[in-house]
Design a protein around this ligand. Structure first.
Ligand code: ZN
Ligand code: ZN
Length: 242
């Protein structure tokens, strides 16, 4: 846990330094599994330290492709981060951990979703959770450091209780909270229309508009594009419609 520091001021200072020095965050997106989940491998060019976000793959060939990038790039994985606890984002946690020994981190309010097979989840997703339990928990304001880069954890509940977004210098990973032109569903256990609207308006819409949005499903977009065209981010949107 020593790499996770809970301090927003420190993060902002760090981001300013990184922007000046210009360390590059590499992002590779893989679309995997039955639900076409976006799994991301993110790393620092300078140190080769990196992390995997949402290893939702189910098949060996998917994992082998991702492992290929890690081996080819001589990457050292520091963390496995789940944007939330749904199995389409977490079912590859165990295999990544077995091979790389990287610890699994998830928001504290979704951590229990990794420790047991939940019947309602199997009912919806059609397969059980195949994940090791969490090794550490994340909270709003934590900073995940890898190499000379950092991501700020924003708690963005609504799709699930413990959904998070991860903000970097020029991008944000939004899990199933925000998609290009849409948002994640709120009718699964722990979902809330009111909460997702607050997360969108108070945590994501206030981010710099130039940020690239890497969502949990579908193509990448930007905060600017979503504020302009996403119906859920428009001022008059009625929460009761969710
Ligand atoms: Zn989900
Ligand atoms: Zn999903």
């Amino acid at each position: 846990m020593e790499q996770i520091k809970c301090c927003k001021v420190k993060f902002i200072r760090l981001i300013v330094i990184l922007a000046v020095v210009g360390f590059k965050m590499n992002v590779r997106m893989f679309t995997v599994g039955t639900f076409f989940t976006n799994c991301y491998v993110v790393w620092c060019d300078e140190t080769r330290e990196g992390l995997v976000i949402d290893p939702g793959f189910e098949r060996q060939n998917e994992w082998e492709e991702i492992l290929g990038i890690i081996k080819e790039g001589k990457l050292q994985l520091k963390f496995i981060i789940d944007t939330h606890g749904h199995p389409d984002h977490t079912c590859g946690n165990g295999i990544v951990k077995d091979i790389t020994k990287a610890p699994i981190f998830i928001h504290e309010m979704d951590a229990n979703m990794l420790s047991g097979v939940r019947k309602q989840m199997i009912g919806f997703f059609g397969f059980p959770i195949k994940s090791s339990p969490a090794d550490g928990i994340l909270r709003n304001g934590d900073v995940v450091k890898f190499g000379k880069l950092a991501l700020l954890v924003l708690h963005t509940p609504g799709h699930s209780q413990g959904s998070i977004s991860l903000v970097g210098e020029d991008c944000v990973f939004t899990g199933d909270t925000l998609f290009a032109g849409s948002i994640g569903r709120v009718d699964l256990p722990g979902g809330s229309g009111t909460k997702i609207m607050r997360s969108l308006r108070e945590k994501l819409a206030v981010l710099p508009e130039k940020l690239i949005v890497y969502p949990g499903h579908g193509p990448k977009t930007t905060i600017r594009e979503e504020k302009k065209n996403n119906p859920f981010l428009q001022k008059g949107f009625d929460v009761s419609l969710l």
